[in-house]
Design a binder for this molecule. Structure first.
Ligand SMILES: [Zn+2]
Length: 417
């Protein structure tokens, strides 16, 4: 057991340095990284890794940071990787972040100093109740904080330094990977898994301390293209079949009380229109389909097609085309073949003095894509809360727990090898 006091302060000090570097990503940019400023942080991280003695620490031309902490054991241990993303969400500005620390939180609401309209209310943020006595880091209320995912960066960096300074703690080869553009869904587009050379990975990008997630949605996109029958509106009686009206009828017949984002939670999936465009002759409907199982996805796609067919009965001379595109798959399909990845993380969380909680993510992560690219990759907590907003916060103590969890995790892989 490593004494918790070992990890005091340094992770927070790192975190405060990283959040003031603006790394907002931009979905409209075609480049990688989407914004060159993400490399500003990448350069800092690569230099710090080099300075602490990590091997081959570098920032590549696409904005990825790679580094290695060599094994210090004679055992043959699988190579594991810890991964976090450097960018922050395009939904909320990340320029001029001014972090504030509420020391020894006594409960109640936290009013952010530069904009008193921004209040982290205890009633709306129940996780605050577990933070009594902790030091809570917020913004001044004018920007997001970027704990998503700079808490993860700081935690991995701190764990790396800890291993290098404590060679008596045995571990296999540890790889470090920091990615750009996760928030715009492109975080693993240019990752070089061959160069990384890891067998198992963990994203450190989860919310509440103690949580580990090994399940994500499975996701498809569906496009329905409707060809109507166009005629001059003055001479259309009995002839015209309006593609816009057909599309509208399809949307109208979607289930009202189930199967939508606004009516589902937990393990329930949904069918969700995200785009509609068209004219008299042709209209296009875009959907996203989400579920935790392939069967669930299929059912929803069949339901959608049944609705379309039923609507088309009223328009006998019009036609439709439905295309399904796979987006990503529930990482559990891959991770279940390697249950030790989760079991060891659960044990590491317990050794850090927390109650492990296994959960699922109603969305995708870099880890879901990495898992299907051959690198099984569950998600471990980083302590970030209310991300993508000006009310974002993280506690110093939760970050210290995450550092401990990373350290224990690497040691457990060595122990069990
Ligand atoms: Zn994140």
């Amino acid at each position: 057991m490593i004494s918790p006091s070992t990890f005091k302060h340094s992770v927070t000090e790192r975190f405060l340095r990283y959040v003031v570097i603006d790394t907002q990503s931009d979905p409209s940019s075609p480049t990688c990284p989407s914004t060159p400023k993400q490399k500003d942080l990448g350069r800092v991280l690569a230099a710090e890794l080099k300075e602490m003695g990590a091997v081959d620490a570098h920032l590549d031309e696409h904005g990825y940071v790679y580094a290695t902490i060599p094994a210090n054991t004679t055992k043959k241990v699988p190579v594991i990787c810890f991964c976090s993303h450097m960018d922050t969400s395009p939904d909320c500005t990340g320029r001029n972040v001014k972090p504030q620390i509420v020391r020894n939180y006594r409960g109640g609401d936290i009013v952010l100093p530069a904009d008193p309209a921004q209040v982290i209310r205890a009633a709306e943020h129940p996780a605050l109740a577990d933070q009594i006595g902790n030091d809570i880091i917020t913004t001044d209320g004018t920007t997001l904080l970027g704990a998503d995912n700079k808490a993860g960066l700081a935690e991995i960096m701190d764990a790396a330094q800890f291993f290098i300074q404590n060679p008596q703690l045995k571990h296999g080869t540890i790889k470090i990977l920091f990615t750009p553009d996760e928030e715009i869904g492109r975080g693993v587009d240019k990752v070089d898994l061959k160069k990384l050379g890891a067998e198992f990975a963990y994203t450190i990008d989860g919310e509440t301390a103690g949580h580990i997630e090994d399940e994500t949605f499975s996701a498809d996109g569906a496009t329905i293209t409707i060809e109507g029958v166009s005629t001059h509106p003055g001479f259309a009686k009995g002839k015209m079949e309006h593609a816009i009206k057909i599309a509208a009828a399809i949307v109208d017949r979607l289930p009202k009380d189930t199967c939508s984002p606004e009516t589902t939670e937990g393990k329930q999936g949904f069918l969700h229109p995200i785009a509609i465009s068209g004219a008299l002759e042709q209209a296009t409907l875009g959907f996203i389909v989400r579920d935790f199982t392939d069967d669930g996805l299929k059912q929803k796609e069949e339901l959608l097609e049944a609705i379309v067919k039923d609507v088309m009965k009223d328009y006998p001379r019009s036609t439709y085309r439905m295309e399904i595109r796979e987006q990503y798959r529930n990482m559990k399909q891959v991770i279940d073949r390697h249950p030790e990845t989760v079991d060891y993380a659960v044990e590491a969380i317990r050794r850090s003095g927390l109650e492990p909680v296994r959960g699922s993510i109603r969305g995708g992560t870099d880890g879901s894509r990495l898992s299907f690219m051959g690198l099984p990759c569950p998600n471990v907590f980083a302590g970030e809360h209310a991300f993508h907003s000006r009310l974002e916060w993280v506690s110093a103590q939760d970050m210290e727990k995450a550092v401990q969890t990373i350290v224990h995790l690497a040691m457990i892989w060595e122990e069990r090898a």
